[in-house]
Ligand binder design. Structure first.
Ligand code: MG
Ligand code: MG
Length: 258
């Protein structure tokens, strides 16, 4: 069942999303070689709690250990913070959720740590651009499949691959609500978009083959061929018939440029 939000509820989610955007900005300031991923997590948690929010991911499914999902290089999503020290040439996906005002928000960004190869830089650029290709399809009357199709065709036209096992989702009082928002699919299929729908759109794009596996830790998803993977995510509402992007990369991009 899909929970459509009122304008007032979308406003509450926007506040949650704005705190999330600022927390991402705090993490972005710290991304550099020599930093431990556990320290990124500590900063995010402290910042979110200092501003009255709760990290959505901490304790998720009874036992997720972090406030951030941190996925480095061939890790795709759901990696967790650790003593791992970032090295020049790494890429790191930072995914975060905030619970504020009774509502979640969800957003992810993938950073290059120092200079990276041209191929990797293109992977990051194409993945981020594919998110906005998906967002362009968000309007009343379109369907979830229009988002999926736009992302898939854009990514594949650049000779990268789209992961199929993991998808975007509705966002609201629960972190993961209906409907699913796949990053692959056919135009004109799926749930019709209308005012009040709030979804997380989150393309996960691989440099090599699209296949992924789960590590024995029970959480981390990585590419089967161990080639790099990137992930960008925004929480988006349909409002007045159009897309309203509720989360923001503004605070990240004040301090980080690819
Ligand atoms: Mg997320
Ligand atoms: Mg998500």
């Amino acid at each position: 069942m899909i929970f459509y939000k009122t304008r007032e509820e979308i406003e509450l989610i926007r506040q949650s999303a704005n705190l999330l955007g600022k927390a991402h900005g705090e993490v972005a300031k710290m991304i550099s070689p020599g930093v431990k991923t556990i320290d990124l997590d500590k900063r995010a948690e402290e910042f979110i709690r200092d501003h009255g929010g709760i990290p959505s991911f901490k304790g998720y499914n009874k036992n997720f250990p972090g406030s951030l999902c941190i996925s480095v290089n061939e890790q795709v999503v759901h990696g967790f913070p650790s003593e791992y020290t970032l090295r020049e040439g790494d890429i790191i996906s930072v995914d975060c959720g905030v619970f504020l005002n009774g509502f979640h928000s969800d957003s992810a960004y993938t950073y290059a740590v120092g200079p990276v190869s041209e191929d990797v830089r293109r992977l990051l650029q194409v993945t981020k651009a594919s998110l906005f290709k998906g967002i362009e399809q968000v309007r009343s009357g379109n369907r979830v499949g229009d988002i999926s199709f736009a992302i898939q065709t854009f990514v594949e036209s650049h000779n990268f691959t789209i992961i199929r096992e993991l998808v975007g989702h509705g966002v609201g009082k629960a972190l993961h609500e209906s409907p699913e928002v796949p990053n692959f699919g056919k135009r004109g299929r799926g749930v019709k978009l209308r005012d009040g729908l709030v979804i997380a759109i989150e393309p996960m794009v691989n440099m090599g083959r699209r296949n992924v596996v789960q590590e024995k830790d029970g959480w981390t998803i990585r590419t089967l061929d161990r080639k790099p993977s990137a992930h960008f995510e925004h929480t988006v509402a349909v409002s007045n018939g159009k897309a309203e992007v509720l989360t923001t990369f503004e605070y990240i991009e004040q301090v980080y440029k690819l």
